[in-house]
Design a protein around this ligand. Structure first.
Ligand code: ZN
Length: 134
């Protein structure tokens, strides 16, 4: 089963908590036990799993990524969004999560984030759930 999550971002760089949308996709799949893959289809966005309790964690992550990869440097890419491509590859384009007894297993403080690095844009995230039963 493949589920699409449509995301509208509002800033050039932002993280959106998509945990609820992913949980809803797992619920619709009726999967009891298996793996849930969450994948962004874009080269300037990423998926990460991290703390969603304190919003300052996301702010710190964004600030440090911006420090690591400055907006202006001697980039060659003519489109002008090399920092977004680099940040996307640092974080990665997907997350794999375990589903057991129909529940997406996340730690108490964990949430799933869509990471925008070249917004604002309309984005698509795919959720693919794979059963471990034949
Ligand atoms: Zn580009």
């Amino acid at each position: 089963m493949l589920h699409r999550i449509n995301i509208q971002t509002k800033s050039r760089v932002e993280f959106q908590d998509i945990t609820l949308q992913v949980k809803n996709a797992v619920a619709k799949s009726s999967l009891k036990s298996g793996i849930c893959h969450v994948v962004t289809l874009h080269t300037t966005s990423a998926i990460t799993v991290n703390e969603n309790a304190d919003p300052d964690v996301v702010k710190d992550m964004i600030d440090e990524l911006n420090s690591l990869v400055p907006q202006h440097s001697l980039y060659r890419h003519r489109e002008g969004n090399s920092p977004a491509h680099i940040k996307a590859s640092i974080i990665g384009n997907s997350a794999s999560l375990i589903v057991e007894d129909g529940t997406l297993l996340l730690g108490t403080w964990q949430g799933i984030f869509f990471c925008e690095f070249d917004g604002p844009r309309n984005r698509t995230v795919l959720v693919k759930v794979i059963s471990d039963s034949p």
